[in-house]
Design a protein around this ligand. Structure first.
Ligand code: ADP
Ligand code: MG
Length: 753
């Protein structure tokens, strides 16, 4: 969907206006996310090659053999990431195939030039790679070469498509490139897919098209950064940066250009957040709660423990927000077990004391039930009406409940998405707690807020978000952090075992149970189908009960159990009437039974890192020493174990992410460090599993590597909005018109001036 074309705004000019781009190419470009001339300019090269890095395959073989000899064994960087010797080879795809099955499958591709051939290997993702290549096409392949026996190999190389098979002779294409290289300088390699390459938009095609577009439109690329910012940060102008990136004069020139474009990308995002934050703050009609609360006082007196300093600080931050008439939007971060729930409860009691209703929203029914039980227990002696609203309730009960919510006698309502439904109307909703935010889309937050008169919102997440990500994701929120665990906690001891060690695992668990403790056995969701999954869990349960622990009391819990049954099983586990709870990942978050001291995770290689961390967080919640036993396939367990023993989470030789995840789990219990590793392994796009998570996908910047630039961009954006909330100053004119052209409706950038 295009807004009308404005001839001076590159963001509104479709790529089809560029010479050489017809309807077909523009369709393909659009699919690749390049819709406008601006997008085209910001389609920056992934890599640059020059004469010094491009070699023939025969030369590469020599380099690899001699290079391997000269590097001293065991020397260098402990992470195995020493000085990388990157080379690029230009060759023709001769063949490719998949080898092996399942987790061990890999994709092999043979590339050849006049001097020889080599192999490229990818572990995993074979279905994807299978569709990526055509026999006969010409690729530039870059990476660090190695020898696999006598075979010259690139493992997970970077690929640039430089001529499609359809275009004809590989030799011609290669010669053309070698000629270009010989003219000296850095040659940009543009990202291009199979389809684009076949339509002529391979790396060389992009070079031509971008050069053409630059002639016509280059001088229209706006400078949105105020002079003060570019000066202070030492940034070159936007146009100079684009020129350096598409046609670099030198490596230094290129670095400067890239730095500016990265900054610009991050700044564009941060200024949007800063404006959004301003808008929310200016929103009138927030509630000014009286924060001296009788109920909160009573809670403090009745708690069986004293709050940690971090909890006290965060309660203060929240009540400070509540006291002010603005609308609170606060993110509460804290590792598993840091005690976020009780903090939220203080805030909800303040709301109740002021005659408002509070809701506490959890991502699953199991969790909602769990929280409800916990909160009700904490509120045992406190006169406040707390209720549970979930989807699967009997209609009579539900009718009563809805009545009480509408009438206002229900003061604290714990629930799931069911709270969003149309028929749920609140008498006086004043405070909203959203637990485990990453499972909720941003839109839902808006929906819920619309149910109250601008309630204050507290978003809680137990997935510790790396700071860089929380700045991008939640830059429009204020952030509180509980960075301290209750004093009596001991770190959970984590061990990695192979599936051949199950006898050891069983006897260890038995010992713990004999000492009066309880344990979990968790199985991954193996199948997409819940039915099959249920079957798998049931099979495991029967086997454990009948063959392994015939004398112990086992319980089974999974996503398909009806609410009441699930509740009954949890209740019995909580009361200690079940020794071992067998579960699928439904228990991932929030379950809180402090007498449980062993968490056994089977097929641990199948879990994501943050999931593993969450699961581990189910134990170590009391003062007893706790254990997490990761059980993995033998070959994975062995390699990950060795990596952990060396004190690294990135072994030099490993290809498999599973190994890295398990090694990270053994190496640390710190949630933030785990989250950083997770982000690094998965990449930000995947970090929260879905696109709708609202994480922007940066094309140029890398939020991990460019964290310092991100900080700078955020600080600058906040300072600009602080000093000039409506961007009325003349030095902000072009920034304002940039924002207007994109986000006019979204951000109420009114004040037409
Ligand atoms: P999370 O932050 O993971 O949601 P919870 O709020 O579930 O953590 O708290 C974990 C457990 O620790 C609960 O049993 C809770 O009652 C207990 N707890 C909370 N704060 C403290 C504290 N200051 N001292 C001791 N135990 C606490
Ligand atoms: Mg919690």
């Amino acid at each position: 969907m295009h807004s009308p074309v404005n001839p001076s705004d590159l963001h509104s000019i479709p790529v089809q206006f560029v010479k050489g781009i017809g309807p077909k190419k523009s369709d393909l470009l659009e699919q690749a996310g390049i819709r406008t001339v601006e997008d085209l300019f910001l389609h920056v090269p992934r890599r640059y090659i020059d004469r010094t890095t491009v070699v023939s395959i025969a030369r590469l073989r020599e380099e690899t053999l001699t290079g391997a000899q000269s590097s001293a064994p065991g020397g260098g960087d402990p992470h195995g990431e020493g000085v990388r010797r990157e080379f690029t080879v230009i060759g023709e795809v001769r063949s490719f195939r998949v080898l092996g099955f399942g987790a061990k499958s890999r994709f092999l591709l043979v590339l050849a030039d006049r001097t020889g051939s080599l192999q490229c290997v990818w572990f995993g993702g074979v279905q994807y790679w299978k569709t990526m290549f055509r026999i006969g096409e010409t690729l530039a392949v870059s990476g660090e070469p190695g020898m696999y026996g006598a075979i010259l190999q690139f493992v997970h190389p970077d690929i640039d498509r430089i001529a499609s098979a359809a275009e004809g002779e590989h030799d011609q294409a290669a010669t053309k490139w070698i000629d270009t290289l010989n003219t000296g300088g850095l040659v940009p390699m543009y990202p291009s897919g199979q389809e684009l390459a076949r339509a002529g938009l391979d790396s060389g095609g992009f070079r031509k098209v971008i050069a053409g577009a630059w002639k016509t439109y280059g001088n229209l690329f706006p400078e949105i950064l105020p002079r003060a910012v570019t000066d202070a940060r030492g940034l070159v102008s936007a146009r100079a940066a684009l020129q350096s990136v598409h046609w670099p004069a030198s490596r230094t020139d290129l670095q400067e250009g890239l730095r500016r474009l990265k900054y610009e990308e991050l700044f564009r995002f941060q200024i949007k957040l800063a404006m959004k934050r301003r808008t929310m703050r200016e929103e009138s009609g927030g509630i000014a709660f009286a924060v001296k609360s009788h109920l909160a006082r009573r809670l403090a007196d009745s708690l069986p423990f004293s709050l940690t300093r971090a909890q006290v600080r965060v309660v203060r931050e929240i009540s400070g927000d509540m006291a002010s008439p603005g609308v609170m939007n606060r993110l509460l971060q804290g590792d598993v077990g840091s005690g976020k729930t009780v903090v939220a409860l203080f805030a909800m009691l303040i709301a109740a004391d002021n005659g408002y209703q509070a809701v506490f929203m959890a991502p699953t029914e199991l969790l909602a039930e769990q929280h409800f039980r916990t909160l009700r227990r904490l509120l045992a002696d406190i006169p406040v009406n707390i209720r549970l609203l979930v989807g699967a309730q009997k209609s009579a009960l539900r009718r009563d409940l809805l009545e009480d919510i509408r009438g206002g006698t229900a003061q604290i309502i714990v629930g799931t998405h069911a709270l969003f439904e149309k028929e749920v109307a609140f008498a006086r909703l004043g405070f909203v707690v959203i637990d485990e935010q990453h499972r909720f889309g941003v839109m839902q937050r808006a929906t819920l807020r619309s149910k109250g008169a601008n309630p204050d919102v507290l978003v809680m997440t137990a997935t510790p978000i790396p700071r860089t990500l929380s700045l991008t994701l939640y830059g429009d929120l204020d952030v509180s952090v509980i960075d301290e665990l209750p004093r009596d906690r001991k770190p959970v001891t984590t061990v990695l075992k192979s599936d051949e060690d199950m006898a050891w695992v069983a006897s260890f668990v038995r010992e713990q149970v004999r000492d009066g403790r309880q344990a979990y056995f968790v199985y991954p969701l193996i199948e997409e189908s819940e039915k099959l999954d249920l079957k798998a869990a049931t099979v495991h349960y029967n086997r454990l009960q009948q063959e392994v622990f015939p004398d112990l009391r086992l319980g089974l819990i999974h996503g398909r159990l009806a609410g009441e049954e699930r509740d009954a099983v949890m209740e019995r586990f909580t009361r200690g009437e079940i020794d071992i709870l067998v579960a699928t990942t439904v228990i991932e978050v929030g379950i809180d039974v402090s007498n449980a001291t062993v968490m056994v995770i089977e097929n641990a290689e199948r879990f994501g890192l943050s999931q593993l961390h969450q699961l581990r967080g189910r134990v170590g919640r009391g003062s007893d020493r706790s254990f997490c036993i990761l059980v993995a396939k033998k070959w994975i367990a062995g390699r990950a174990g060795r990596a952990a023993a060396r004190g690294t989470t990135l072994a030099a030789d490993q290809q498999l992410l599973a190994e890295r995840r398990l090694a990270a789990m053994v190496a640390t219990t710190d949630g933030f460090s785990i989250a950083e590793t997770d982000l690094r392994l998965r990449g930000p796009g995947d970090f929260f599993g879905t696109r709708q998570s609202g994480i922007p996908e940066f094309k140029i910047a890398d939020i991990l590597a460019d964290a310092a630039l991100l900080d700078a961009a955020r600080a600058d954006a906040l300072a600009i909005v602080e000093s000039d909330p409506h961007l009325g100053k003349s030095e902000h004119r072009s920034l304002l018109s940039y924002l207007r052209s994109r986000y006019h409706d979204e951000m109420k950038l009114i004040d037409v001036g």
